[in-house]
Ligand binder design. Sequence first.
Ligand SMILES: *Cc1c(COP(=O)(O)O)cnc(C)c1O
Length: 850
Amino acid sequence: MKAIRRFTVRTVLPEALSGLEELAGNLRWSWHEPTMQHFASIAPNEWDESGRDPIALLGAVEPSRLDELASDDDFVWRTNALLADLHTYLTEPRWYQGIEGAPASIAYFSPEFGIAAALPQYSGGLGILAGDHLKSASDLGVPIIAVGLFYRSGYFRQAISREGWQQETYPVLDPDGLPLSVVRHPDGRAAMITLALPDERALAARIWQVKVGRVTLLLLDTDVPENDDELRSVTDRLYGGGGEHRLLQELLLGIGGVRAIGVFTQLTGTPEPLVFHTNEGHAGFLGLERISDLIGDGLSFSEALQVVRAGTVFTTHTPVPAGIDRFDASLIERYFDTELLPGVDPEDVLALGAEDYEGGVADTFNMAVMGLRLGQRANGVSQLHGHVSRGMFGALWPGFDEDDVPITSVTNGVHAPTWTDPLLLGLAESKFGAGDLFATDWNSEQISDGELWQVRGAMRQQLVTDARRRVGDAWREQNPGVGDPAWYSSLLDPNILTIGFARRVPTYKRLTLMLHDENRLRALLLHPERPIQIVIAGKSHPADDEGKRLIQRLVEFAAEHDVRERIVFLPNYDIAMAKLLYPGTDVWLNNPLRPLEACGTSGMKAALNGSLNLSILDGWWAEFYDEENGWAIPSADSAGDSAERDKLEADSMYDLIEHQIAPRFYDRGDDGVPHRWVQSIRHTLSTLTPVLSADRMVREYVERLYIPAATAETAITANSNQPARELALWKTRVNAAWPSVQVTHVESGGVDALPQVGDTLHVRAQVALGGLTSDDVAVEVVYGRARDGDQLVETQHAPLEQTGETNGTATFAGSVPLGRAGSFGYNVRVVPRHPLLASAAEMGLIAAAI
Ligand SMILES: *Cc1c(COP(=O)(O)O)cnc(C)c1O
């Protein structure tokens, strides 16, 4: 029988152990090994069975055991010591507190957060990245308030049928059993936010609060009695439906999220955020809610837009147009032609998301385009992805070279305390003391090759044990009452070179590339002296049958008798599996179609544990591969078609494994240790750990984006928003005048018929200003190497100064030193200039000599 209602009865802890509740209630435990070990010591079996979830553990353990611990002085003492350590962590000054004038609060919006297996509110990389961002922000003392949605079923749980077909189930989460609490008014009522909808309806949501160390995460939940059944299900699943369901989720996240922050900051006295960061375009509506607020304060739409742009940071994660959220303009119009955003005209909303540029589609509302128009600062997530994004969105800044497109990049990072295996951490601490992981010198002789190799072996063994357990559990689920096949006990070998491959299964990630030549793969798996084994995992999007077919092909291959002990697909990839998988693999494989992997973070997590990467030079690997930390699979970009490309890249992969990787792995000293391989491990750990860490990433966001955004927002809102009013007026004037701005004549001198290095080129240009003044524009020489078709590359800019003016045409002059030999070309460009613009391309206006 089905329960009509369910709830979780929380344990009442003995007084002496009350500290455990606070320790369990702050997710900092999920990256604090001593706290996790403390919980494990309560009841090791229940700890593992609970999925290492303190709240579930406390619910499962016998009251008699708790009573026993309450009178165990040592246990009580350790509980209180851990609590004191947590309190110090939450209040002591950290990195951010040393920065003069940094904003007192920053909002961070994301549709998913992957923080711990115990809170399954993520589908993949985007969510894990958001979780790691919060954890590092907490460690660094960055005052973030994060906002997301509380999905009643999170993402699906994956099982594989006997036919190898992915099956999805959506276990319902009970918030009472999770580390969440409802945000309440002082009188005990739950705080609510509402959104006006078409047909006089309204969407209500309550606000859950999650403590992630020092960071607060607010999660909006529509499963409340105020909503009818249809609206209750708005937050049912992560990326559940399409179209309208998704739009409702995004309206709630963006608009509801800003409202929730307003309620939360008021109730708790927390400062209101000055900077709003949106992790991917899904939360983009947040800017519209802020605009509506500012209109309420007396600004016009375009004045409010200037303020919002100044304080908004937009991160794009998608290197393919198909990955971007788009809606029918008519649907957007229906939702905004309501009381949803007081003072905001639906036409203005539509214009922000319109694809009104070359190659755009009419009557389409594009969330990424709106994100770029609502945020003065934007970034991609690796250097290569920044470049790809500048190309992909370049049409929004017509006339500008790709390098001028105002989208920078901040390469992703991963949270080291979460993703470094406790065994490796233990080795570091035994040599260098507890505390700073980054202080470990992995090249030091204090750690011998043998010790490092022994820990790597223990991590491999851990993975083998976990894989056998998972495969056994999956078998029993699919074949109730039938005993496991005997060969499961010899699945995988803890001494064999282990390759890992796990990720979501969109086509571009090429899950089955390794099957391209099955005989070749078989020969590698079964090599008499140098065998390999492969552990694979990944979820396909529920609606993606092609992805499910790829999984099926792999599962079928892995079931073949001769190879089944050497290659395995593990169902239900999630954080808990990932934490054992990365450390347990010797080589982490990634073979996307370049450049479709925006960054990729699983290989980073593997590297943090001393695994070596074998990857296409895409995403982060294109930036960090250095010949010693792993291997690069050359991408066959110029192959005739995708089949040929797959073949070339698969062959390179087999060759690398056969001729370089396996020989190095099995080249052992008399002590059984592969010293050359260990050298690569040491190199990987010492060079990559600091740069791949999310601490580096969050510092970059703070220094390069949050502080400039806060400074811009402070400047533009001074004197009751006077600068915002002036900027809006100025932009209107410049936009109107621009069609008449022209470079009418350019002349140069200073070099003779045979220019040489050291000469100086003098440039003089006549510019028609169309009623603007020379203060409104920057006139610049753009120079660089001239390629075929006269295209300038590696360009630099030099300013020209005004030297005279007659009848609205001004003369500008300046010079360029010829610093290097080779082809040289130049042009003169005019762009708008204003102290409150963050880049020359910002307004998408340019005039150049033809
Ligand atoms: C890191 C991680 C991902 C993302 O990996 P990519 O390499 O970025 O695709 C997905 N799922 C889980 C569980 C992860 O830990």
